[in-house]
Design a binder for this molecule. Structure first.
Ligand SMILES: Cc1cc2nc3c(=O)[nH]c(=O)nc-3n(C[C@H](O)[C@H](O)[C@H](O)COP(=O)(O)O)c2cc1C
Length: 141
């Protein structure tokens, strides 16, 4: 069994309400629990940034599924690595909303106060996600 971590960014296609994002998170938690996937999703009403961890087969299957979702577009794969341990193992899908994407944190990893994953190296995206992980309530598995 090979464990991998995949990070991608994408852009929202239309107007997104709180209900829309809640619906994605709730179905992600349920599906990801079944598939043994853990991770974190950030969203600032324009960009998504998501990390997925799990077996190579399951992460690839989910990524291909997510690519086909018409609620987002311009999906860019930022990082894909084999790993020996998970960094987001507390959450089948943690969520960090816009309010959690503070400008000083974005500035540190991207050089811009705006949350824009396209301005970041894949490695910086992982570092940002690891920092954001610290503010997510635990045990939401
Ligand atoms: C930005 C984004 C992230 C998503 N993340 C996940 C995820 O982590 N897990 C998941 O099962 N679905 C995720 N989805 C939803 C899937 O694309 C798809 O709608 C869902 O898996 C279908 O679930 P269902 O078979 O229960 O209807 C995401 C969608 C978007 C737009």
């Amino acid at each position: 069994m090979f464990l991998v971590r995949l990070i991608y960014t994408s852009q929202v296609t239309g107007e997104f309400s709180k209900d829309d994002i809640e619906q994605i998170i709730s179905s992600a938690k349920e599906n990801n629990r079944r598939a043994g996937i853990t991770g974190l999703l950030c969203f600032n009403r324009k960009y998504f940034l998501q990390v997925l961890e799990g077996t190579r087969t399951q992460v690839n299957a989910l990524y291909h599924h997510i690519l086909q979702d018409s609620r987002h577009t311009q999906v860019i794969l930022l990082s894909y690595h084999e790993i020996t341990q998970r960094e987001f193992d507390q959450w089948h899908m943690a969520y960090v909303p816009e309010a959690g994407l503070r400008s000083e944190v974005c500035q540190r990893y991207s050089g811009s106060k705006e949350f824009n994953p396209l301005l970041m190296l894949g490695d910086s995206c992982l570092k940002l996600l690891l920092e954001l992980r610290g503010a997510v309530p635990q045990a939401t598995l």
